[in-house]
Design a protein. Structure first.
Length: 277
C-alpha cells in the first residue's frame, strides 16, 4: 500500500505545457520527481517555461516546441522525443485552443483550428506515441494517457465559442473509445473536464484580455462549489492520481473538476452551472 501516488522517475509528456493548466500539471509532476517534456507552438515561451520549471523544482524539464494541430508537427515532436527517450510512462494531452465570435460571424477557420488542435491532435499524438507508451507498459505497471477536456464539453457554454464545447465533448468520448482499445495493451486512458482555473484562456473568455494578474478570480469563483477558482494543486493532484498506481482500476473515466451538482436551499431548487474551460 506504500507509494500509491508516486510518480517518481516516470517520463511524462505534457502538451500545451508552457502555460495555464498544462504548466500547473507539469509543475506537479516535477515537484514529485518525474522527468517532464513540455511542448507548445511558441518556442521561446516553451523553452523559458521549461527552464523556469526545472530551476524551481530541481527536476528535469525539457522543451520540444511543436504544433499539435498538424501531423507534421506531431511527427516532428515524436521524432525528437524518440531520440531522447526509449519509453514514455505518461502522456497528458492538454494542448487546446478556443475561438470566439458571434454565431452569424463565426468563421470556418475558427472551427477548423479548434478541431485540429483539440481533437485531431489528441488522436494522432496518441497514435504516434504508442510505441513509446507500450515499451515499458505491463499488466501491473501500465502506462497512462490523460486527455484534458473541459466542463464546456459537458454543460452548455455561456460564451460565443461554438467550436470549443463540441471539440471538448469529442475529447471526452474519444477518451472512452481509446480506453476500450488501449487497456488491452496495458495503457490506461482517462480524462479531466476542468472547470474554472486562473488561465490565459479563461481570462480572455471573460473579457479580461488574458491578463491573469488583473482578472477578478474571486468573482469568477463565487459560483463554484468551493467558492473559488481551481489552484495548481487541484489540477496537478488529479493528474498525479490518474498516472499513479492508485489509478490502476480507473479506466475510461472523465472526471469533472468541479463536478456539476444541484444545491437545495430554503428558497427551493437552485441549479449551479459551470461553463468555463
Amino acid at each position: 500500500m506504500k507509494n500509491l501516488f508516486s510518480v517518481e522517475g516516470k517520463v511524462v509528456v505534457v502538451t500545451g505545457g508552457s502555460r495555464g493548466i498544462g504548466e500547473m500539471i507539469a509543475a506537479g509532476y516535477l515537484a514529485n520527481g518525474a522527468k517532464v517534456y513540455i511542448t507548445s507552438r511558441k518556442a521561446t515561451v516553451c523553452d523559458a517555461t521549461a527552464q523556469r520549471l526545472a530551476e524551481t523544482w530541481g527536476s528535469e524539464c525539457f522543451s520540444i516546441p511543436a504544433d499539435m494541430a498538424t501531423l507534421e508537427g506531431i511527427e516532428g515532436f515524436v521524432s525528437e522525443l524518440s531520440r531522447k527517450e526509449s519509453h514514455v510512462d505518461v502522456l497528458v494531452n492538454n494542448a487546446g485552443v478556443a475561438w470566439g465570435a458571434p454565431l452569424e460571424e463565426f468563421p470556418e477557420v475558427g472551427w477548423d483550428k479548434v478541431m485540429d488542435t483539440n481533437v485531431k491532435g489528441v488522436f494522432f499524438l496518441t497514435q504516434k506515441l504508442l510505441p513509446l507508451l507500450e515499451q515499458n507498459a505491463a499488466h501491473d505497471a501500465p502506462s497512462h494517457i490523460i486527455n484534458v477536456g473541459s466542463i464546456d464539453g459537458i454543460k452548455t457554454p455561456i460564451f460565443d465559442n461554438f467550436s470549443y464545447g463540441p471539440s471538448k465533448a469529442a475529447v471526452h468520448h474519444l477518451t472512452r473509445v481509446l480506453a476500450a482499445h488501449l487497456i488491452k495493451r496495458n495503457i490506461i486512458v482517462n480524462g479531466i473536464a476542468p472547470g474554472p482555473f486562473p488561465t490565459y484562456m479563461l481570462s480572455a473568455g471573460v473579457g479580461a484580455g488574458g491578463d491573469t494578474e488583473n482578472t477578478d478570480w474571486d468573482a469568477l469563483g463565487k459560483s463554484n462549489p468551493r467558492g473559488r477558482v481551481g489552484s495548481p494543486e487541484d489540477i496537478a493532484g488529479l493528474a498525479i492520481f490518474l498516472s499513479s498506481r492508485a489509478c490502476g482500476f480507473t479506466v475510461g473515466d472523465v472526471i469533472e473538476k468541479p463536478r456539476h451538482f444541484v444545491h437545495i436551499d430554503e428558497l427551493g431548487l437552485h441549479e449551479l452551472v459551470w461553463a468555463w474551460g
